[in-house]
Design a protein around this ligand. Structure first.
Ligand code: M6R
Length: 615
């Protein structure tokens, strides 16, 4: 939630900050703001409700000079989206400006204390408390800005990545983090802050990933200074190289990131399998499994936890692990799991799935399971993220940066990692035959080209989407491995077109949702030809008998469902356990084109943000 950017160097900060905000806008777009200290020491803050483009417009006639600055794009938590609640926030005297991503949990206590000391508050945000507390520390204890930030943070409970600058000091930028993402870029005589690497990669590849509870002083002409809130000793920065390239974070000729990311799936799956699936030997080598195989061998149970699309991937994981490994699996949304006092055994494995690696509920669920002794296996996209750091083992998805708010390539690479993991475990536990194992691995090697074939049907799907823009409700039906795909299809449609949609197990339709069906209602049936094909055919007939309009996802060469359906999208044949990797593609495209036809902002749908770092 929220994106932060910072710059201190020799160039004009404003264009660098604005470009950075555009790249981080996927994190929230309720308001945007910037603070700059010019060369005379004036501290200027400009902020507006709405997107970064509004801020740019607003600043057209303003003094935007200065070689140090901070900027913010907000996803509102405390206080509605408005100019006054936008960051940066000023301290009482307007001598300090601060940006913040996270939540100050004890802000009410701190606010009460500051009010008792005569501080007045302009906004409804938790963030304003922190900037006021910093000023209080400076005044009360005669501290420098750095020491005041340090002391203020010792009083704070919650999550934060912050940037702070002060009037009269164009040579200083302070930053700190706990439980919210932050990267510091190191250029030639210049420094950058970002919530991720996207605002930084254009200028330098050398970065520091600050740890939790670290406070960092960036001062012109001096070495960067890092201290922990737990111990005042200086910490030597560990400089790492970012792998991201500029191409990864640009649209590459596509009108939207979402479409680019849908089309990237053959490539991202290839990267996901690279070095892990050995085509010649028909083998899967996953170090995260190989090095801990005894944990899987002795596992009483696998618990899978995640949110949103990642949870849907987890539901497919249940089918994979139970079918291939014969290990019992429970899947639960992290926000329920964490508060339910679940029974967790020390010989359980908890698989946590997260694209961003920063989802607060998923992290809390992991901490809970870890505290009770479970082995934590992570499936995560963002290297070095909080999820990755909390795991005992795991496998990165290597999908590359996903910027569209609606997850697409993150989902298929998560399913791919779960498939590889289940296959690797099944082979070790000998729960599938060597022949079956090799057959599935061989088929996995053909998945990229089969997705490519589905993508060739894009214009067909685009035309189809136009027929259904009238609809106010959609029902998505699937069975077995494709029941979670139906749920994922419904979520995609809801998120970006704002059409109500529900994903349902096809046979369960008779127990309620069938009442909704009439000639207006489009029903998407995910019906590739496997063991339950005849059952789903009956479900299709039940829908037709009530005049529902059927869009069916079927295996190439299907004849039966074709006779019943209004529209059909064919997908190539594959192993049943791999079918979600194919069936989800037309659903992603359909949602995308329905949303486009309705004129929606697919990359930045209303009320959403890419990573949900708050409860
Ligand atoms: O980063 P995560 O995978 O942990 O995020 C989980 C959900 O917030 C995310 O999948 C969300 O549902 C997406 N908007 C789905 O498209």
């Amino acid at each position: 939630m929220c994106g932060i950017v910072g710059y201190l160097g020799t160039k004009d900060a404003f264009p660098i900050l604005i470009k950075g905000l555009h790249r981080l806008e996927y994190r929230g777009y309720d308001s945007a703001g910037v603070a700059l200290v010019d060369n005379n020491g004036n501290l200027n803050v400009y902020k507006t409700k709405g997107k970064v483009a509004n801020l740019e417009n607003y600043c057209k006639d303003k003094d935007i000079s200065g070689c140090v600055g901070i900027a913010h794009t907000r996803w509102a938590t405390h206080g509605e989206p408005s100019d006054v609640n936008a960051h940066p926030h000023f301290s009482q005297s307007k001598n300090i400006a601060l940006i913040h991503n996270g939540i100050i949990e004890n802000y009410l206590t701190l606010k009460k204390f500051l009010i008792s000391k005569g501080y007045e508050f302009r906004s409804e945000t938790d963030t304003e408390v922190l900037v006021q507390l910093i000023e209080f520390m400076m005044k009360e204890h005669k501290l420098s800005l750095y020491d005041a930030v340090y002391q203020a943070l010792t009083q704070v409970v919650g999550a934060y990545a912050i940037g702070v600058i002060e009037k009269g000091n164009p040579d200083l930028l302070i930053t700190a983090r706990t439980s919210s993402p932050l990267i510091v870029g190191l250029g030639e005589g210049e420094y950058f802050l970002g919530s991720d690497a996207s605002p930084i990669v254009e200028y330098t590849k050398n970065v520091i990933y600050p740890e939790d509870r670290q406070v960092i002083k960036i001062e012109r002409g001096k070495e960067i200074e890092i201290r922990s809130l737990d111990n005042e000793d200086l910490i030597k920065p560990e400089v790492k190289e970012i792998e991201l390239s500029l191409d990864d974070i640009e649209k590459g000729g596509f009108p939207h990131f979402m479409l680019k990311e849908i089309f990237e799936q053959p490539k991202s799956l290839a990267l996901c399998m690279n070095g892990r699936v050995q085509k010649e030997q028909k083998e899967i080598i996953l170090s995260g499994v190989r090095d801990h195989i005894e944990k899987f061998a002795k596992a009483r149970r696998i618990l899978i936890t995640a949110c949103g699309t990642s949870w849907h991937a987890g539901l497919i994981g249940k089918y994979l692990f139970e079918t291939l490994c014969r290990i019992p699996v429970e899947v639960e949304v992290a926000s329920e799991f964490r508060y339910r006092n679940p029974v967790i055994f020390s010989d359980d494995i908890l698989i946590a799935i997260s694209q961003s690696g920063e989802t607060a509920d998923t992290l809390a669920a992991m901490e809970l399971a870890k505290a009770q002794g479970a082995f934590i296996y992570g499936v995560c996209n963002v290297v070095g993220s909080s999820v990755a750091r909390l795991t005992d083992s795991g496998t990165y998805t290597h999908a590359g940066p996903e910027i569209g708010v609606a997850s697409t390539k993150a989902f298929t690479t998560q399913v791919c990692v779960l498939t590889m993991t289940a296959l690797a475990v099944a082979k070790e536990l000998k729960t599938i035959s060597e022949e079956e194992y090799k057959r599935i691995v061989t088929e996995l090697c053909h998945i990229e080209e089969k997705i490519g074939k589905i993508l060739e049907k894009t214009s067909e799907i685009e035309s189809m989407s136009k027929i259904f823009t009238y609809a106010r409700n959609f029902l998505y039906l699937g069975r077995g491995f494709n029941y979670p795909v139906a749920m994922e299809g419904a979520l995609k449609l809801k998120e970006i077109s704002y059409i109500h949609a529900e994903g349902y197990p096809a046979a369960e339709m008779k127990h309620g949702p069938i009442a909704l069906i009439d000639e207006e209602m489009p029903i998407i049936v995910v019906a590739p030809r496997y063991a339950l094909y005849n059952k789903i055919l009956s479900n299709v007939q039940e829908v037709k008998a009530r005049k529902g309009r059927i869009i069916a996802i079927v295996t190439e060469g299907d004849t039966e469902i074709k006779k019943q359906a209004d529209c059909v999208i064919e997908i190539p044949e594959t192993e049943e356990c791999l079918s979600p990797l194919l069936t989800v593609i037309p659903l992603q495209l359909l949602s995308y084109y329905i949303a486009i036809a309705k004129g929606k902002d697919v990359d930045q749908p209303r009320n959403l943000a890419k990573s949900v770092t708050v409860e």
